[in-house]
Ligand binder design. Structure first.
Ligand SMILES: [Cu+2]
Length: 139
């Protein structure tokens, strides 16, 4: 019987794929990479202007409404990505890079900068609401 192990492997791969595409990673599970964690900086404390080549993504969180609520954002590998967040309550931006990045933001205006060096499609969501922000198309 050679087909049975292959089918089993395919089923496992499908499960792994579904897991990685699910709304949220479960970093508490053993064997998964822990999130890289960072805090967004309140905008009042930001002194430096964003780099000229940065991709700025404005995010608004109002109650359970997230803007943008999906869609694609093209960025280049290694390009600085700056999230400018305006939120009515503290929360978490979750970037499904590998490892994932958790950005904790306060209520009010704040911002955080990341770069992604691996080309691919990276889901960004508001973790605590389970709502999409955008998908980064990293080229
Ligand atoms: Cu997530």
């Amino acid at each position: 019987m050679t087909t049975r192990p292959r089918a089993f492997a395919a089923a496992l791969a499908a499960v792994a794929l579904v897991g990685s595409l699910a709304a949220c990673s479960d970093s508490s599970k053993p064997g998964t990479l822990a999130d890289h964690e960072m805090n967004a900086t309140p905008s009042a404390q930001v002194t430096a202007a964003p780099p000229a080549n940065a991709k700025v993504i404005n995010i608004t969180v109002n109650g359970t409404t997230v803007t943008p609520g999906g869609g694609m954002t093209e960025v280049k590998a290694g390009q600085p990505i700056i999230f400018k967040i305006q939120a009515d309550a503290k929360g978490e931006v979750h970037v499904h890079s590998s490892p994932a990045t958790a950005i904790y933001f306060p209520a009010g205006a704040s911002q955080a900068s990341i770069t992604i060096n691996q080309p691919g499609i990276i889901v960004v969501e508001i973790e605590n609401l389970g709502k999409p922000v955008t998908q980064l198309e990293v080229r």
